[in-house]
Design a protein around this ligand. Structure first.
Ligand code: SAM
Length: 236
């Protein structure tokens, strides 16, 4: 954790933040901090800065926050991700938040196992918890927007054009003829498939919707590796 993220609930009196639970434990066990030390802080959805430790006990950490710095700019990227298996979803949510993706759409596709949609890790609080871990890792305060699209066809036919307007659109597909471009640094919509890949029908539908299929070379990457590799390649 490279930034302690606060919420307004942590600040019942003006000028002080009171933390318990996971963040208290982290400051005690990892930072091994003491009263008088200064920690990096951010307000969820707001500014970042520092906080002097006023007191630290087994039960509570009290800080005096000074928040005066804007968080880093988000990447102008909408990531369409076929819903990964729950264990991988947790890690990908952290990565997506840490890399600064603006919007994540978790969508269905043919090779997504039906049972993944029943995972408790898709509950809004569970998703938010993983995103917060990613923000704390990378020093950001702004959560990405997360949309859930459990039906591929109506999503692609009825809603996708609104989501990807004014952006260039790519679908990462190992069979594609075109190599993925580098350092575009502009508004993009990027689709990444499930572990089994997109089926030809889905690639056709995405191409109809204005997506270009691109590959990343001959090595087939795991979804979580492909997310990192593609985002790092498209934005430098
Ligand atoms: N057998 C599957 C196929 O051929 O599509 C492999 C799927 S791969 C494990 C999961 C997803 O990661 C793919 O659908 C694609 O979006 C992305 N991906 C992984 N490696 C890639 C590569 N070399 N080029 C393009 N996309 C890749």
């Amino acid at each position: 954790m490279n930034l302690l993220l606060l919420t307004p609930d942590d600040c019942p009196e003006p000028g002080l933040a009171r933390l318990t639970g996971r963040r208290l434990k982290h400051v005690q066990e990892v930072h091994r901090a003491k009263a008088g030390d200064t920690l990096r802080l951010g307000m969820l959805g707001g500014l970042m800065g520092t906080g002097e430790i006023v007191s630290l006990s087994r039960d509570e950490l009290v800080l005096r926050p000074v928040l005066d710095t804007a968080p880093p700019e988000k990447l102008p990227l909408t990531l369409l991700l076929s819903l990964p298996r729950p264990k991988m979803l947790k890690r990908i949510l952290q990565t997506v938040a840490a890399m600064g993706v603006s919007r994540l759409v978790l969508m269905n596709s043919y090779r997504v196992e039906k049972s993944f949609w029943d995972s408790p890790w898709l509950e809004p609080d569970a998703v938010r918890e993983q995103l917060v871990l990613g923000l704390e890792q990378s020093r950001d305060t702004v959560l990405p927007e997360v949309l859930i699209e459990p039906l591929f066809k109506p999503f692609v036919e009825d809603r996708l054009s609104m989501l990807c307007r004014n952006s260039r659109c790519y679908v990462a597909h190992p069979g594609a003829e075109v190599h993925c471009p580098v350092a575009l640094n502009q508004p993009l919509t990027l689709a990444i498939g499930p572990e089994g890949g997109f089926i030809p029908y889905e690639i056709e539908k995405l191409v109809e919707a204005g997506f270009e299929a691109v590959h990343l070379g001959p090595r087939i990457l795991r979804v979580e590796t492909a997310v990192t590799a593609l985002v790092a390649r498209l934005y430098v």
